[in-house]
Each structure stands twice: as structure tokens, then as C-alpha cells.
Write a protein that binds this ligand. Structure first.
Ligand code: ZN
Length: 281
């Protein structure tokens, strides 16, 4: 669908509605912010620019990430949790395979740690290209803040904080705290920086307390754009967990598809005052 030709044709609402069954055109138009959001409709046709849910003047960004009513109704949480579920499935599969790894990998771990000369840093680090940081342990456990909620593992620290995902090893006293955001893409650089600082701050006391008890806490903010664009934080996290190559590309594809598909659902429901969370296949 070529937007310029659409504009010239002056489509009606019902015609727009039919167009929306074409997901590809939604992606393209969402990218350029030319979806028929109320403000755009006013510009083109003189329609009322108020958000149907909260009456604030609106554009696509408002509908997808900025509407207070959508927020309190849980629409954005629903989308966030759909993406989180997808991420958690990937991490869980990797966790199981690492815990079940053959003995040779243990030897590799011992080999790696045996060659640390005095004053040198250990050879296993996230920057070492071929080693998976998670392979330092075989007792990884995972909790994700979805259906049954999450209680932070008390062996690490007692807290009321509820991160999206915690991955931890009791033998290594090492924990990854993962926080997912599904932001508007243009704001993504700021979002990454802000989120990083905010989330580090949020977990600073927890990390300090855990470190007193001999634990190392790695806080990992991760962003998947709400219109279905991947970010470097996603690739970096997957890589660190050991999801690489073809598996990483597949995981990123599924994550961005989930974000795009759920945003599309929020778009379709933009004028429905009531909201009921729904699984989107
Ligand atoms: Zn609104």
C-alpha cells in the first residue's frame, strides 16, 4: 500500500479499518508515523484529535506508549509480558542446556581458570568471544515475573523488588537481574541510558547487600522497540547468555515480532474503552 496514493484518495475510517488486516503496511506506516492517528486524521480530514480513551490530543506515539488510561488499564503491561514470555522461553531453554552440558565443558572451565597468571584478569569474561559466561556453573536457576509472580531468591537477599527475570547460580554466587522495557523507538537511546541508570539505581542497595554476602549481581536492562525494532541491548544479553548465531537471530526475530504484533493489537483496540488482555497468536 503506497501511502501517498492513500492520502490522495481520502480514505474513510471503515476503509482504514480494512487496511489494518495487512500487517506489513501497518509496520511500514507505523515506522513513519503516518497511521491514521486522531491528530493525523485532523490534519488530513479535520477530525477530532482526542484520544478515544483519555481525550488527550493524540498521535501514534500516545496510543502505543503514552496514554495514561491505557497504562492504568494494563495494556502496556500486557504487551511487556508477552515480550517477556518470549524472552523467558529462550533463556529457560539455554539455562537447561547449560545445566545439562557434558563433562568436557567443565574441563574447559577448569582449563580457562587454570591459566590466570598472577595479576591477570580471569580469562572467562563477557568480552571473551567464544566463551559463554554462564558456563561457569551447572546449577542455574531462573524465576520470571509472569503468571505466578516472582519472589527474589532469599539465598541472595531478602527484598520486595520484583525484577522481570532473575537467573542465578548458588555455587558461583552469581545472579543476573534482567529488566525489560518496550519503548518507542525514537526514544530508544535515551531510554537505554535512562533505563540503565534508573535500573542500576533501583538495584544498587540490593547489589550492595548481596555483595556483602559474597554474591555478584549483574543488572541487565534490555529493550525491544514497541514497533518491532531490535536494539543492541537485546543482542548483547542473548550473546552473554550464550544464545548466538542462528539461534540469536531467530530469538531476536521472535522478540521483535511479538512486540510488533502486540502493538498492532493495541492499535486495533485504540477506540475500545474497555480492555481485556488477550493472547495474540
Ligand atoms: Zn489516551
Amino acid at each position: 500500500m503506497n501511502w501517498e496514493s492513500v492520502e490522495k484518495r481520502k480514505l474513510s475510517w471503515s476503509e482504514f479499518w480494512e487496511m489494518e488486516s495487512n500487517r506489513l503496511s501497518v509496520i511500514i506506516r507505523a515506522t513513519y508515523d503516518v497511521l491514521p492517528s486522531p491528530i493525523n486524521l485532523q490534519l488530513w480530514f479535520g477530525k477530532d484529535p482526542a484520544c478515544p480513551l483519555c481525550t488527550v490530543p493524540t498521535k501514534l506515539k500516545h496510543i502505543l506508549v503514552g496514554c495514561g488510561t491505557s497504562l492504568t488499564q494494563g495494556r502496556y503491561t500486557w504487551r511487556h509480558n508477552q515480550v517477556l514470555r518470549c524472552l523467558a522461553e529462550k533463556v529457560e531453554r539455554k539455562r537447561k542446556s547449560i545445566n545439562a552440558q557434558p563433562f568436557t565443558n567443565q574441563e574447559e572451565r577448569q582449563f580457562s581458570s587454570a591459566f590466570v597468571r598472577e595479576g591477570d584478569k580471569p580469562r572467562i569474561s563477557p568480552s571473551t568471544p567464544d566463551l559463554v559466561p554462564l558456563k561457569v556453573a551447572m546449577d542455574w536457576q531462573m524465576q520470571v515475573n509472569l503468571d505466578n509472580g516472582l519472589i527474589f531468591p532469599t539465598e541472595i537477599v531478602t527484598t520486595t523488588l520484583r525484577p522481570d527475570l532473575v537467573l542465578w547460580s548458588n555455587t558461583q554466587k552469581l545472579a543476573y537481574v534482567i529488566e525489560l522495557t518496550v519503548p518507542w523507538e525514537e526514544a530508544i537511546e535515551e531510554a537505554i541510558e535512562e533505563a540503565f541508570e534508573r535500573k542500576k539505581l533501583r538495584y544498587a542497595n540490593l547489589a550492595a547487600e548481596a555483595e556483602d554476602r559474597g554474591w555478584k549481581i549483574k543488572v541487565r536492562p534490555v529493550e525491544v522497540g514497541c514497533r518491532g525494532f531490535a536494539t543492541s541491548t537485546t543482542a548483547k544479553l542473548l550473546r552473554e547468555i550464550g544464545i548466538r548465531g542462528q539461534a540469536q537471530r531467530q530469538a531476536i526475530r521472535e522478540l521483535v515480532n511479538t512486540a510488533e504484533r502486540t502493538s498492532h493489537w493495541l492499535w486495533l483496540k485504540r477506540a475500545d474503552i474497555t480492555w481485556a488482555a488477550k493472547a495474540v497468536s
